[in-house]
Ligand binder design. Structure first.
Ligand code: DAK
Length: 258
């Protein structure tokens, strides 16, 4: 995987988009490598994934404009499918994915961050959907995910104006969960990932599925989705251990993922 690296630190997987000379812009090779990285994650041992960009300047500065500029209609469709599929794979990945946004998150970069469960950023991060200035609409589901995260009014402002926003505004409008000094970002992200990884993995996964699937349907159906996933936890050893530990006033001895 030339443009994406994967490192496992205990129960935390770190996926890094590694094309810093082009500010980690997404071309078809990067998208293919990103998909391969997620396909290669050992879902037995990894309990939380951090997704970041190499270098100090950029998370992802968007889809690769140079590559896109020469695409035929068929190639454009293939590129779009590759991007949309991998973004959706991340969004529905059984394990939580935290975007660790270390700089520019523009266009497809902002959309990639939005396909993650949680977004943490450096105080140097910059967000935006500049596509209309390039004669296109956001194409990796930005028109759908941005209003769901920041609300329709702010999403329309960002998409129609194409104006970038800085980290503090991204935090204020709810686009990111937290902002850290750049040099502390990865340590803080690992701390959150470790906290998630220490909880019962099946319950964490079921919570992700309940939230994601429930938001696609009306409340009556959503409640049924939650009921079924809640019930499924009672077939796990981790539920028995978690509740036994509480009743016996002791610490959990370690969740087993079963
Ligand atoms: N694509 C390709 N190369 C990029 C790039 C990008 N998005 N962003 C930066 N680079 C490259 C630059 O060309 C430059 O390469 P060299 O000239 O050194 O070879 C290198 O990265 C460093 O960039 P700069 O020299 O420009 O660095 P600065 O610090 O001066 O500026 C910047 C940083 C982030 C403000 C600037 O690079 C910039 O404005 N970049 C473009 C940002 C942008 O507009 N991003 C949105 C791209 S549009 C689709 C689905 C999705 C999409 C499209 C279609 N379909 C469904 C079909 C998504 C579209 C987008 O993401």
């Amino acid at each position: 995987m030339g443009f994406v690296t994967f490192e496992q630190k205990g129960a935390i997987g770190i996926v890094t988009i590694d094309r810093p000379k082009a500010l980690n812009a997404l071309n078809s090779a990067v998208l293919a490598d990103l998909e391969a990285a997620f396909d290669g994650v050992d879902q037995e041992t990894v309990r939380c994934i951090l997704l970041t960009g190499a270098g100090e300047k950029s998370f992802v500065a968007g889809a690769d404009i140079a590559e896109m500029s020469n695409l035929t209609r068929e190639e454009g469709e293939a590129f779009a499918k590759k991007g949309v599929d991998i973004f959706r794979k991340i969004e529905t990945f059984p394990i939580p994915v935290i975007a660790v946004i270390n700089g520019y998150a523009l266009g497809g970069g902002c959309e990639l961050a939005m396909s993650c469960d949680i977004r943490l950023c450096a105080d140097t991060a910059v967000f935006g959907q500049p596509e209309v200035g390039l004669g296109i609409t956001p194409g990796f589901s930005g028109t759908q995910r941005l209003p769901r995260i920041v609300g329709m009014g702010k999403a329309k402002e960002m998409i129609y104006t194409g104006k970038n926003i800085k980290a503090d505004e991204a935090y204020r409008v709810g686009l990111v969960n937290a902002v850290y000094p750049a040099e502390e970002l990865m340590a803080q992200a690992e701390k959150m990932a470790a906290r998630i990884a220490g909880n019962a993995p099946i319950a964490v996964r079921a919570s992700k599925k309940a939230i994601n699937d429930g938001l696609q349907v009306d409340m009556d159906q959503a409640i049924v989705i939650e009921e079924k996933l809640f019930g499924s936890c009672f077939e796990t050893e981790d539920q028995k251990e978690g509740m036994a530990a509480f009743v016996e006033k002791r610490k959990v001895t370690g969740f087993k993922n079963c």
